[in-house]
Design a binder for this molecule. Structure first.
Ligand code: LLP
Length: 420
């Protein structure tokens, strides 16, 4: 299902023309399809069929309260990496008992708050964090459920900035030292070692790296079982890729089937709960960034389409050289097709949304930057004192503004000049 389709020469989000949204909210602006987010979440959830499982949406992919609320209503769990994300989940109606807390650098205040609200599990990434959590849990008179995040040393075949499962990466504890750490953790009175976690990278386009990582994780679980330590769950993280251009990622069903098959091969693992933390695959293709062409600049070497969205709204092209499809909202064919660099108003040569795109453009028209629902608004900033982009969720023929455009006063609210 693609919620962004042309009807009568206009690009729609579900049943609403994107031009209508641009008129009411202005540009730049993110637009998401509720139906597609729900469809993707259900695809993961249903693929587990009757098996014990938990789908924890990786909040970092898109942490807008409206998006979290859509997922909370489906009964989703959440994977968080900060106390800010935890508060978002709570305000969006998420259940703290379905929250897992990942990240290499959890601060005391973050651990305390998570203990207080009773999250499902802490995915601990080092021995030092394990000791800290044990101490804070003791102070709070609570028990913390823990999974060690192991680093399986598997190559995820993805952009180096978003690969996390290699020994050289900062993430997790080396899988070959994990058994010793589990044995140590068992002696810590305020922790309950309930699982093992692993996340090898993002935008993975093959199943093999997932399966390789899983095989190593399952071998660890077996090893621990022989040493008398039984775990209840395996958390395989997120990472399933999406289509930006012509990629053909495995489907959520393919991934879940492969995971179940390999876990169930091992008799000691069959009754374990399987958890996953998808982010991009739930929201990525469900969102577009809507932008308007401000000026066309036809140069000797290059043609530039200067649009009102910029690097601060969508960082991925600059940071990862990521490719996002850019399409006209109302194709008109009035002007000749040229090759354009689609760039924003920010003072950086890295400020581009797409380079060398064949488009027939007129100043003032609208463009949609596709597959922008994940790591788009979530990574936006106010660089050049540009307001954060508003966000809209389309639900059939209705639109919900889930983040309005901020005013200049709001942007400057927390700052001050020096006293006299
Ligand atoms: N779990 C953990 C522990 C993670 O670190 C991540 C993503 C996920 C789950 C979700 O992964 P996903 O299903 O979304 O691939 N900013 C980058 C992506 C960074 C991903 C970081 N970790 C981008 O725009 O491509």
């Amino acid at each position: 299902m693609d919620p962004f389709c042309y009807k009568d020469g206009r690009l729609f989000a579900e049943s609403v023309p994107l031009s209508t949204i641009a008129e009411s909210v202005g540009t730049p602006c993110y637009v998401y399809s509720r139906a597609m987010i729900e469809q993707q979440w259900r695809a993961f959830d249903n693929a587990f069929a009757g098996r014990d499982h938990m789908v924890c949406y990786a909040v970092k992919a898109n942490s807008n309260l409206g998006i979290l609320n859509v997922l909370a209503r489906l009964g989703s769990g959440f994977d968080i990496v900060s106390v800010g994300e935890l508060e978002r989940v709570l305000r969006a109606g998420g259940d703290p008992a379905k929250v897992v807390f990942s990240g290499v650098g959890k601060a005391d205040a973050e651990l305390r708050r998570a203990l207080q609200v009773g999250i499902h599990c802490f995915n601990v990434e080092s021995e030092a964090e394990l000791l800290r959590l044990n101490a804070l849990a003791g102070e709070a008179r609570r028990h913390a459920r823990v999974a060690l995040r192991v680093n399986p040393d598997v190559d995820a075949n993805t952009h180096p900035y978003i690969a996390t499962g290699l020994r050289r990466n900062k993430f997790g504890v080396p899988i070959d030292t994990a058994a010793a750490l589990y044995a140590h953790a068992k002696t810590l009175p305020h922790l309950e070692m309930s699982g093992v976690a692993c996340h090898i990278g993002s935008q993975l386009l093959e199943l093999d790296p997932f399966v390789d990582a899983l095989k190593r994780v399952v071998a660890l679980v077996e090893n621990l079982r022989h040493q008398g330590q039984r775990l209840q769950h395996i958390d395989l993280g997120g990472g399933l890729g999406i289509r930006y251009r012509d990629e053909q990622p495995p489907s959520p069903q393919d991934l879940v089937r492969a995971l179940i098959e390999h876990v169930d091969k091992v008799p000691g693992c069959r009754d374990m709960r399987i958890m996953i933390e998808p982010g991009r695959a739930l929201v990525g293709e469900a969102g577009v960034l809507l932008t308007r062409v401000l000026y066309l600049k036809h140069g000797q070497e290059r043609n530039f389409a200067i649009v009102d969205a910029a690097i601060n709204d969508l960082l991925r092209p600059a940071l990862y050289d990521a490719w996002h499809e850019i399409v006209p909202v109302t194709p008109h064919g009035k002007h000749e097709t040229r090759v354009y660099d689609v760039v924003g108003p920010v003072c950086e040569s890295a400020d581009f949304l797409g380079r060398e795109r064949k488009l027939a453009l007129t100043a003032g028209e609208l463009l949609a930057v596709r597959s922008a629902g994940a790591y788009g608004s979530a990574m936006s900033s106010r660089y050049n004192t540009r307001a954060l982009p508003p966000e809209v969720i389309v639900d059939k023929d209705r639109i919900h503004i889930v983040r309005r455009r901020e005013t200049i006063d709001e942007m400057l609210e927390t700052e001050s000049v020096l006293p006299d």
